[in-house]
Design a protein around this ligand. Sequence first.
Ligand code: GLN
Length: 533
Amino acid sequence: MTKYIFITGGVVSSLGKGIVAASLGRLLRSRGFSVINQKFDPYINVDPGTMSPFQHGEVFVTDDGAETDLDLGHYERFTDTSLGKYNNVTSGSVYQHVIKKERRGDYLGGTVQVIPHITNEIKSRIVGATKQFKPDFQLIEIGGTIGDIESLPFIEAIRQFKSEVGIGNAVSIHTTLLPYLPTSGELKTKPSQHSVNVLRSYGINPEVLVCRTTKPIPKTEREKLALFCSVPKDAVIECRDMKSIYEVPLALEAQNLAGVVLNALNTENRKANLKEWENLVERIKNPKKVIKVAIAGKYTKLSDAYISVVESLKHAGYANDAAVDIKWINSEECMDYETCKNLMKDVKAVVVPGGFGVRGIEGKLNVIRYARENNVPFLGLCLGMQCAVIEYARNVAGLKEANSTEFDENTAYPVIDLMLEQKNVQGYGGTMRLGAYECHLKKGSVAAKAYGKNVISERHRHRYEFNNEYMKQISDAGLVFSGMSPDGMLAEIVELPELDWFVASQFHPEFKSRPEKPHPLFKGLIDAAVKRL
Ligand code: GLN
């Protein structure tokens, strides 16, 4: 029978609840339990797919094509489990479903209300994921901060759910902040007490507190928290700021978080096998070299916008005993080639990530041209691949004004064009080519060597594609199309095998990299960069 762990957050947002949920998932997995994570987001958008990366950070895409919260990326990376559309639930999707049922007449004249109709739908999403995965433990993180109006239906659903499954089958972990006041030299517990009081006023008594803090929690503060928040002393878990997020599971293990949770769930503790994870953290903490890698995109002010790309680069670094030092290059600052050259001078590799719209495109083309002409290892992702094709078409294949119809509808050489299946698509939500598709690799290509196989499956999120009318002209000029869809119609990977590393993919490899298993395309990039040191 599945047992449930609910994770709420108090005092402030951005506490790292997602990392705590992912870390606890890893700690339970390392004890041989099966685990899945789920994220509840209280906003009204049906999914984050339509939100600006500036506001919401990256949109994480699952194998089954769901556009989800970036926390799902952490869950997948920490627990090495592939998740899907059942793992991210938003208020928007819950209301959309209930309203659809109401319009269909399913409620037979009844008044449709938050309680029980919305809360029932939320509970059915919990159970739906349980039925699909049948895990030993299901960890459910509730976005937002306790006290927010919009998360109330989720909290109420949890209250009901906890009492329905009974004591010992569900627990709540409340993550809070202990601010440090330098003037008095104290960690303050009052905000956490208030936050727990609010949670209790909703009918939920947390069994465990995870406290974010910059300093160790002294015994007296620990006792105070236990007393005022009605939890045992050993259930007050300290979560200090760490240099790397991958250290968090070990820090929480040292505080016996999993043991406390298992005890509250009447489940016998098991010995954790964290050997590999410990080796990983050892490598992370003791890099033998530093590699400067540029990410040239337009959302550079918010690194969360490219979080899976950043993590994938780090993973490939770990495999090389190297720390990756990211240099953020705003592609809009590269519109002038001389400025671009200067910005690129000190980098050992460059990634041009995904994106939408014309802003900064000419800058990205300059970055790619510089990488190609100077043999700087380059990886293009989705839009980055489309830009690599445009750059090659313009500067090598002689198609001077080549472009994507996304940026210039009337371009003389539309080397990138809207996919046929996209031509009649209406609306923006969930309508791109999404999720995992197979791709066949050309034997002996750089890509095939990197993957060590000829058939792969990768995740997509795009509307435009390479226009096959230009296949002959551009491949005659030297660009190798080394990955194609199984029907041979869709270009998935391009490469220049004569360079140290020049590979670009229409898909997003960054969604499948894991800390202990770096993605082959990122590993190839960083391996090539290391060789140049
Ligand atoms: N804008 C491009 C397209 O829709 C690339 C998308 C992306 O990079 N995710 O095809």
